[in-house]
Design a protein. Structure first.
Length: 163
């Protein structure tokens, strides 16, 4: 394992920067959601300070993963490109208070452990970047049993066709 574990508060205080690549196959919780464990994700982490004074992290992810389309059940590539802002809190109580104070759904407040495994953050971010219901924008022609019974179509329309 080459997992990096660091003190995130210090990382932010010193406005440090770290980046690297992680093989998708290293991220077990992520691969459980994917069609395969191929590819890798490029990540970068920038420490800093939020305007409210809290420590903040900017986490960026880029790469490609393979998902199973829920409509035609074949694998398809998804380009991952996400950037998110994490604000740090020392305790759960402080996290709740910070969340209320920031009042911004785009910011995640986290309570890092004293020596935080960065790959856990990267994996959490990757999981959030996955669509809830993975699908091709348009399924490849003839690929699928599922395309005939697209759920978007009303049952009445289907009945009409049967007549
Ligand atoms: Zn599909």
């Amino acid at each position: 394992m080459t997992a990096k574990a660091i003190d995130l508060f210090e990382f932010c205080r010193n406005k440090q920067h770290l980046s690297g690549d992680v093989p998708v196959s290293d991220l077990a919780r992520l691969t459980a959601e994917l069609a395969d464990n191929k590819g890798e994700l490029a990540w970068s982490l920038q420490g800093g300070q939020h305007e409210t004074g809290s420590a903040q992290l900017t986490l960026q992810l880029e790469g490609e993963v393979h998902l199973i389309c829920q409509r035609c059940l074949t694998a398809y590539p998804l380009a991952v490109a996400s950037k998110s802002l994490l604000v740090l809190a020392k305790t759960e109580a402080e996290a709740d208070e910070t969340e209320a104070r920031l009042d911004d759904d785009s910011i995640d407040v986290i309570v890092p452990s004293g020596s935080q495994d960065l790959m856990v953050l990267v994996e959490d971010e990757a999981l959030l970047a996955l669509p809830l219901s993975p699908r091709h924008e348009s399924c490849p022609a003839g690929a699928a049993p599922g395309t005939v019974n697209d759920k978007a179509e009303s049952p009445f329309a289907v009945l009409k066709k049967l007549k």
